[in-house]
Design a protein around this ligand. Structure first.
Ligand code: MG
Length: 501
């Protein structure tokens, strides 16, 4: 039965998803993937490429890299992505040689970890065969690279395998209807009761020990949902470590924002680390599924870290924020400020330390951490330093995603309900309502039976956000500046017959 499902899904994915499962053993718990465990085809330096599902010929690849005409690229006709999702992308207007966005769309099979202790508990070979369990998840990923495309390429090839590896520990639990209560570990009890625990316990001891265990180790209910969230969070951490250890081998010297959507057992998990965004449009209403992580949105976290470890600022920066740069002649005067504990502003007397450059400076898209980077979560950036200094930025950047959950199975959806994922190139110039309007307009034009209706939506979103090249650069319909960034968009349908296959 499982092999039939695999074959059917491999058909849809052109075999790429199924082949991933053959190599889905990237890491052991708490350790970095050794290169010998990497899939053979990946154990080489990652060359620059566009997502494989675009199936670009060398000529088309060249065309896609044209900074002057910036053609919108979509999968070829007849290529059906997972759930018949739509995808489109366009290269930047010249800010970097390569398109530094990357995308991934895969079905991934999760095999239970091959655990000797579990295997030994089986009574016979037949039991082992009966106990073999498997599940699979659907994965869409967007990765917005900076300082080179390497980290984004690496994450697009491996993050879903890291998620798979984390899920391997909980296959059995997820396939049961409820989570068993945590087991009181006997070692913990022995530690509490001291040397006497070395002796054989009597029945009375056992009762007392169990009571003590319950008193000191209160049981906590752990939901399936929080186990999956934890698996995804840990996968991001492992991915970041993998980039750190392999960044020279794989030419992944920069970093990337990462957004991963996982569909597992009826729920969509949207994990975001960076400034890409996802929204659901249901019955024309917008439901935000992520938030951006920028120096402004994470000001207090960054300031608190600098407050606790001022040495990270290299005696060049102050963790306090002021409405503007302070001049030397203003020493001793009063100025508005705020620190890690404040959301509002208050006055303080200006001291010499306050003359240092602020940890966070600038507003909106121009805000930077230590005058260097405009996003505060993502993967990579292990070598990033403040210009002309030895001050590392990485301690201030978090690889942890925020994971939001959407219970797809509990909602009724119509064929026009979608989730839209986009890198910041989309969201910088197109707001939620405009995206919802484009979705409604294009889907009404291309009816429910049109095979490329969601690709047409993605195409229109990218085209509209890029704009038209005029004398004064790329312009939107309202003559405002179009996005000069790389733009990548997935449009994932949430309703209609046979969607979730
Ligand atoms: Mg971008």
């Amino acid at each position: 039965m499982i092999s039939k499902v695999k074959a059917a899904l491999a058909n849809i994915m052109g075999g790429s998803g199924a082949s991933s499962s053959q190599h889905s053993t990237p890491v052991a718990n708490g350790s970095v993937v050794p290169s010998r465990h990497l899939p053979e085809r990946l154990a080489v330096k990652f060359p620059f490429e566009r997502p494989s599902f675009l199936e670009l010929t060398p000529e088309e690849l060249q065309l896609a890299a044209d900074h002057i005409h910036r053609p919108v690229i979509t999968p070829p006709e007849g290529r059906r992505l997972l759930w018949n999702a739509g995808y489109a992308e366009v290269i930047n207007a010249g800010k970097s040689q390569n398109n530094e966005d990357q995308a991934c769309c895969e079905v991934v099979y999760v095999e239970r970890r091959d655990d000797d202790s579990r295997r030994n508990s089986f009574s016979s070979t037949e039991d082992q065969e009966e106990e073999v369990s498997e599940l699979f998840f659907h994965h869409w990923g967007l990765f917005d690279g900076h300082a080179g495309p390497g980290a984004a390429i690496m994450a697009s090839k491996l993050l879903h395998l890291q998620i798979c590896d984390q899920l391997r520990d909980i296959v059995d639990i997820l396939q049961k209807s409820s989570v068993p209560p945590p087991i009181c570990l006997s070692n913990e009890v022995k530690t509490q009761s001291g040397p006497q625990a070395e002796e054989s316990p009597t029945d009375e001891d056992r009762v007392l020990t169990n009571e003590a265990a319950c008193r000191f180790h209160q049981e906590k209910q752990v939901s399936h949902e929080s186990l999956v969230i934890g698996a995804i969070e840990n996968a991001f951490k492992q991915m970041d470590q993998q980039i750190e250890h392999k960044r020279s081998t794989y030419h992944a010297l920069g970093g990337c924002c990462a957004m991963a959507v996982v569909y597992l057992l009826g729920k969509l998990y949207v994990a975001n680390a960076g400034d890409s965004r996802a929204i659901i449009i249901r019955n024309g209403k917008v439901i935000p599924m992520s938030r951006e992580f920028t120096p402004e949105s994470e000001r207090q976290r960054l300031q608190f870290l600098a407050f606790l470890q001022p040495e990270l600022l290299g005696n060049e920066f102050t963790h306090l924020e002021f409405p503007r740069r302070i001049q030397y002649k203003e020493l001793g005067r009063r100025m508005l400020f705020r620190d890690h504990s404040m959301t509002g502003w208050a006055y303080k007397l200006i001291e010499e330390d306050d003359l240092k450059f602020p940890l966070i400076y600038g507003e909106g898209k121009k805000a930077r951490v230590m005058a260097t980077i405009g996003v505060t979560r993502g993967l990579g950036d292990h070598d990033l330093k403040v210009y002309n200094s030895n001050i590392h930025i990485k301690p201030f950047l978090s690889c942890l995603p925020e994971v939001r959950v959407y219970d797809l199975a509990k909602q009724d959806h119509c064929p026009d309900d979608v989730m839209v994922l986009g890198t910041d190139g989309l969201w910088d110039v197109t707001n939620d309502k405009e995206v919802a309007d484009v979705v409604a307009n294009v889907l009404s034009e291309y009816g429910p039976d049109h095979p490329r209706r969601f690709t047409m939506v993605a195409h229109e979103l990218v085209l509209r956000s890029r704009g038209i090249l005029k004398e004064r650069g790329w312009r939107l319909a309202n003559e405002k500046l179009g996005s000069g960034d790389d733009i990548s968009v997935f449009v994932i349908p949430l309703g209609g017959p046979g969607t979730y296959t």
